[in-house]
Design a protein around this ligand. Structure first.
Ligand code: NAD
Length: 310
C-alpha cells in the first residue's frame, strides 16, 4: 500500500504528492502509517489537493502550505487572510481559542496553541504534517508588548515572559519546523521583529532585547539554512494600530505623551502614512513569494520611513 502511494507520488507533479513521498522517509513520522485511517487520510488529501488546484486560477501560493503564529488577531490574522486568498493552505496557531473558528474553509486549520509550550508546538506541527503532508512557509509572528517599565524597576516576570514569547518560542518553533521546511518547495521563514531593534525607546527593554535577539536568530538561521534551500528574512513593522497591541486607550495616551492628536501620531513617519496590519501581511506574503526567491538574511522595515532606522 505504502509503495503504491509512493509510486503515485513520484509520478505525479502535484505539490502534495512530493510532500507525501518525502514525508514517508522522515523518521519522526513513522506513526503516519500506523493505521488504515491514516493511509486513507493521506490518499484523501492527495485527491483533495488536486481538487483545490483545479479551483484556483494563477494564485501565487497554490499548492503551498503556510504556518502562521499569532493568527487570531492583527498582523497574523491579516497574513493568514492574504495567504488564503492567494491559494495557500494555512495553519494558524494562537493561544486565543478564536483561532479555531476564524475561517470556515477547508484550506484553513486553526489550532489553539501556546507557542511557549514545547509539547503543544510539537503536537500542532505534527497535526499540520499529518493533515496536509508538508510545510513550505513559516511566519513566526506571535508576540506580546509588555507594560512599559524602566530597567531599574523592571520585574523578572516581565523580562522572562517577553523573552519566552518574543524570542525563545520562535527558536523552538523554527527548530521543530526545519525537518519539514527542508523538503518544502522554495521554503521561506519570516520573523516578525520590530522597528525597536534599530530604534529602541526607553522603558521597553524586555521587548526590544527579545526582538533584537529574534533578529540575530533570523540572521544566523539564514546562514545555516541556505544550504537546505530555506530562506529566512526578518520584517520590522512599526506603529501598526489596527492590532491587539494598540488599544484605543494606549493610542490616546501615547499621542498625548508626544503632544500630538491621534491622527498625527498614527502618521508620525517620513511618508506621513498609516501602516496597517494588511500592509504588513502583503509584505510578508511578497517576501515568501518567488519575487524574493533570491533574498535571504534581509531585514525589511515597514514603518512609513523612520529617520532613526534609516
Ligand atoms: N502592532 C505593532 O505596532 C507592531 C509593531 C512592531 C512589531 N509588532 C509585532 O507584530 C507581531 C504581531 O502582533 P500584532 O501587532 O498583530 O498584535 P496582536 O496582539 O493583534 O496579535 C498577536 C497575536 O499573538 C497571539 N499570542 C500572544 N502570545 C501567544 C502565545 N504565547 N502563543 C500563541 N499565540 C500568542 C495573540 O493571542 C494575538 O492573537 C508581534 O510579534 C509584535 O511584536 C507589532
Amino acid at each position: 500500500m505504502i509503495f503504491n502511494l509512493i509510486d503515485a507520488a513520484y509520478y505525479s507533479f502535484t505539490k502534495a504528492h512530493v510532500h507525501l513521498y518525502v514525508v514517508a522517509y522522515i523518521q519522526d513520522f513513522r506513526y503516519f502509517f500506523d493505521s488504515a485511517k491514516d493511509i486513507f487520510d493521506m490518499e484523501y488529501w492527495v485527491l483533495e489537493q488536486m481538487k483545490l488546484k483545479k479551483k484556483g486560477e494563477n494564485l501565487q501560493f497554490r499548492g503551498k502550505i503556510a504556518l502562521v503564529t499569532g493568527a487570531a488577531n492583527g498582523i497574523g490574522r491579516a497574513t493568514a487572510e492574504v495567504f488564503l486568498r492567494e491559494g495557500a493552505v494555512v495553519v494558524g496557531l494562537d493561544i486565543h481559542k478564536k483561532v479555531g473558528k476564524m475561517f470556515s474553509k477547508s484550506s484553513f486549520l486553526g489550532i489553539v496553541c501556546d507557542v511557549t509550550d514545547k509539547q503543544e508546538v510539537k503536537k500542532a506541527v505534527q497535526s499540520l504534517i499529518k493533515q496536509f503532508g508538508g510545510l513550505d512557509i513559516l511566519v513566526s509572528n506571535a508576540g506580546i508588548f509588555p507594560e512599559s517599565e524602566s530597567i531599574s524597576e523592571l520585574k523578572d516576570s516581565t523580562w522572562n515572559k517577553s523573552l519566552d514569547v518574543n524570542l525563545s518560542s520562535h527558536q523552538h518553533l523554527l527548530q521543530t519546523c526545519i525537518p519539514y521546511l527542508s523538503y518544502g518547495l522554495e521554503a521561506s521563514v519570516v520573523f516578525i521583529a520590530s522597528k525597536n531593534v534599530s530604534a529602541p525607546g526607553p522603558g521597553v527593554a524586555a521587548y526590544s532585547v527579545a526582538k533584537a535577539g529574534l533578529t540575530q536568530l533570523g540572521r544566523i538561521a539564514a546562514l545555516e539554512l541556505a544550504e537546505k534551500g530555506i530562506r529566512v528574512n526578518v520584517v520590522h513593522p512599526n506603529a501598526v494600530f489596527d492590532t491587539g497591541i494598540w488599544t484605543k486607550d494606549v493610542l490616546k495616551k501615547r499621542a498625548k505623551h508626544y503632544k500630538m492628536s491621534v491622527k498625527e501620531y498614527k502618521t508620525n513617519n517620513l511618508l506621513k502614512t498609516e501602516v496597517t496590519s494588511k500592509d504588513v501581511a502583503k509584505m510578508v506574503c511578497l517576501i515568501s513569494s518567488s519575487a524574493f526567491s533570491k533574498t535571504t538574511g534581509a531585514q525589511i522595515p515597514i514603518d512609513g520611513g523612520n529617520e532613526r532606522v534609516i
